[in-house]
Ligand binder design. Structure first.
Ligand SMILES: Cc1cc2nc3c(=O)[nH]c(=O)nc-3n(C[C@H](O)[C@H](O)[C@H](O)COP(=O)(O)OP(=O)(O)OC[C@H]3O[C@@H](n4cnc5c(N)ncnc54)[C@H](O)[C@@H]3O)c2cc1C
Length: 392
């Protein structure tokens, strides 16, 4: 699709002469976070020529801020649905996927098979954990309840106020800023064209068989298919694609301590937050969920709550202050589920956004599902529930 003289002109706020098309790519991905880069990596492996166009720096938004936990069993306490299956499928893909990213990129990102402990402080909490375990057994989740001495053997510095925990050996974590760097390198090694610092990217024109994109800084691009993986900014494209894409930014504030003598071995979950130790010698403690528009600053109140709670979980942290605090914008939809699939009225546009709290976890499965959609294949996981038209 070189020229777009018959194209449907969208109400784009940007304008640039049509003659200035910089290049044509069979597949273009808008957004270089973990979702866009994972899709690019998978598509490139399948032999598709891909261009990723990123407003700023790849991984510079939600992805770079993430704690990097791969923890669907701790995160999803309710009955299972297709979202649980999607998360579980992604967790199962991780061992091979991360190996592949490491091999192709030649870079490490502290993939740690730590396991996790989901804590209970009262008998009533224990009952809730037991009923969670009941349904998770039907889904072949490896889990057991540990109490008293057994719990403190697993996590010696944990507060003695904890009465029990569910131990999930299959929940792991990685260092998200390095993961996204490795994905970036892996993409480049497979020939993906990464266009960073492009400024705002907008649709200039959309046809049944292609899209014309205009960028603030890097000219115009044409493509046969375009994937929107623009995270918390996805709703800005609603006017262009004529469908509601209600993705809103939910700020997550998070902080880190320098690790000392005392080691934390697992991801520790509680109703008020989580604590985990990274391979780089830090202890990460997260995270708030607040609405602050597109503001990525931290607040005293947000961080103080995390500090109080992390010191409650690990009393040795009373001796320390966080040396680093940051925040990122989780892309959240109204129902909390991602938007995954092709737009029926504009088949050249595919949406992959709204991964909210689980974008790092969901990166391999999203990559495979969207690569299947790009190739016109039926994905081997159910995605009806994630239909991007469902808010219409
Ligand atoms: C504090 C915190 C902790 C988290 N912890 C975890 C965790 O432990 N495990 C987990 O699985 N998930 C976690 N998450 C969630 C996870 O970070 C997100 O779900 C994931 O990063 C979303 O990835 P994304 O690629 O969709 O979005 P982003 O990483 O935000 O990437 C979207 C990209 O699109 C670009 N963009 C936007 N608009 C345009 C445009 N018009 N043109 C061009 N580019 C554009 C942006 O610049 C951005 O780089 C956490 C999030 C936060 C904030």
């Amino acid at each position: 699709m070189e020229t777009m003289t018959t194209a449907t002109k969208t109400g784009s706020r940007l304008s640039s002469p049509l003659a200035n098309v910089s290049s044509h790519s069979p597949l273009m991905i808008v957004g270089g976070g973990v979702i866009g880069l994972s899709i690019a990596f998978e598509c490139a492996k399948r032999g598709i020529k891909v261009t990723v166009v990123e407003k700023g720096i790849c991984g510079g938004q939600a992805t770079g801020a993430a704690a990097g936990m791969l923890a669907p069993y701790s995160e999803i306490g309710e009955d299972p649905d297709d979202f649980f299956t999607l998360c579980q499928q992604s967790l199962k893909l991780y061992p091979d996927w991360q190996q592949e990213v490491r091999t192709v990129s030649g870079q490490d990102f502290e993939y740690s098979e730590s396991g996790s402990l989901h804590l209970a402080f009262h008998e009533a909490d224990e009952l809730a954990l037991e009923s969670r375990l009941e349904w998770q057994k039907d889904w072949h989740v490896q889990a057991e309840i540990v109490r008293g001495e057994a719990l403190f053997r697993l996590e010696p510095h944990l507060t003695k106020a904890a009465v029990a925990a569910v131990y999930y050996p299959d929940e792991h974590h990685l260092y998200a800023p390095d993961y996204v760097k490795a994905l970036q390198t892996a993409c480049q090694k497979l020939g993906v064209n990464l266009v960073q610092e492009a400024g705002e990217v907008r649709f200039k024109a959309i046809e049944q068989d292609g899209v014309l994109l205009v960028t603030e800084q890097k000219g115009m691009f044409s493509t046969d298919q375009c994937v929107l993986s623009s995270g918390a900014w996805t709703s800005f494209f609603e006017g262009d694609v004529h469908v509601r894409l209600p993705v809103v930014p939910i700020r997550g504030q998070i902080c880190a301590y320098q690790q000392g003598q005392e080691k934390i071995k697992h991801i520790i979950f509680s109703s008020q937050g989580y604590v985990l130790a990274k391979g780089n010698g830090t202890i990460v403690c997260g995270a708030s969920e607040d609405i602050a528009g597109f503001d990525t600053s931290t607040t005293e109140k947000g961080i103080d709550r995390l500090v109080k709670w992390s010191r409650h979980l690990f009393p040795f942290l009373k001796e320390k202050d966080p040396f680093h605090r940051w925040a990122g914008l989780r892309p959240a939809t109204q129902d909390g589920y991602p938007l995954l699939g092709r737009l029926r009225h504009m088949p050249s546009v595919i949406v992959a956004s709204g991964h909210y709290r689980n974008g790092i976890l969901l990166s391999p499965v999203t990559a495979k599902v969207i690569a299947d959609v790009v190739e016109g294949r039926q994905p081997n996981v159910k995605i009806d529930m994630f239909d991007p038209h469902r808010f219409q």
